[in-house]
Design a protein around this ligand. Sequence first.
Ligand SMILES: *Cc1c(COP(=O)(O)O)cnc(C)c1O
Length: 423
Amino acid sequence: MKPYKIDTLCVQAGYTPQTGESRIPPIVQSTTFFYGDTQTMADLFDLKREGFFYSRLANPTVDVLEKRVAALEGGVCAIGCASGMSALLLTAMTLCEAGDNIVTASEIYGGTFNLFSVTLAKFGIQARFFDADAPMEEIEKKIDDKTKFVFAETISNPSIVILDFDKLSTICKRHNVLLVVDNTLATPVLCRPLTLGADIVIHSTSKYFDGHAAALGGMIVDGGTFRYKNNARYPAFNAPDESYHGLVYADLPVAFGTKCRAQMMRDTGAIMSPQNAFLTYLGSDTLALRMERHCRNAEKVAAWLLSHPKIEWVRYATLPTDAHHALAQKYLPNGTGGMMSFGIRGDAKTCARFMESLQLATQETHVADARSCVLHPASSTHRQLTGSQLREAGIAPNLVRLSVGIENADDIIADLAQALDRI
Ligand SMILES: *Cc1c(COP(=O)(O)O)cnc(C)c1O
């Protein structure tokens, strides 16, 4: 597609019908695909020809959404996954094996924290955590020759820390190691990590991409510029894959994306469903419009909360008082989305009373869709963490996460005001 602006790409990228075909992509609800001759099938299996043969690996409806997300992020390919979590798992599996490690920011999504620190540990992959605000040397000390990627979120969920791209990409380039960035809460409308030094971008499309809380999904975007060839850090990309007729991934134009799909998607089947790809495609038509509204609403709500006597602090990086304001201005000049967190003067009980008094915003595990919602992470999503793990993840006991929707900002503020009056 032409180098259209991001809002045009949201509506147009991914699917161009031929004469007489449906204007929007069809839901290809089929596990398998017909071929009339044996050679075509053989070529597909040898990756000599592009096409679909089994929906565990690729599907035409999922393919349309993959192309759209790849265009939005500026990557060479994208891989649709069943969820954001499976996108993270597949990324780790594509890059790591037992004995390897991941160097990751501590301020990350609770599910990602569990995956990295508990589940991957069972497979012999170690997670080494660093504080997002730590100086370069401190982060660098965690990297050794078994480090397969450095990981962080553009806007961290739920602690709302803004990623210092220059710091992490400088470290990664110096050590010739991949930078993987979860861009879920920023979306490519507000930030495009591949233009800022990231090599791979992850999305939970269950959030803003879908935007309607209708479809679970994840995406892995390969930037396609990282050199794996003869890089001693990545032997698995330079040795023949015996499970794929001796293919050497480092020799291919799209090394990571091919290994991820041909090996890991094949072995796990954690692919997005055609129905969810279709719903996410529809939702993403309005992504740019919605993000603009989320940003403007959240800016008003954050400023109002900051001036309220019952609010101890507000984390929203567009606020000039925020510790990450300068980073937000540098990397997210058009806004930081609808997600914020704030501390209520009081304890967990006060937080519960406040949230139960809300009438418009609802309590949900979900965030980042059209409707405003709240959550108390310390008693829900992050309740399995210990006190010190909570502190490391930047989650205070009185932290309330607020996902500002696209309702009228005055109605959202009035709802927060009446609930704060009750505590
Ligand atoms: C929700 C979320 C995930 C996990 O995505 P699912 O689609 O729920 O599996 C990962 N990272 C971030 C930043 C998220 O907000």
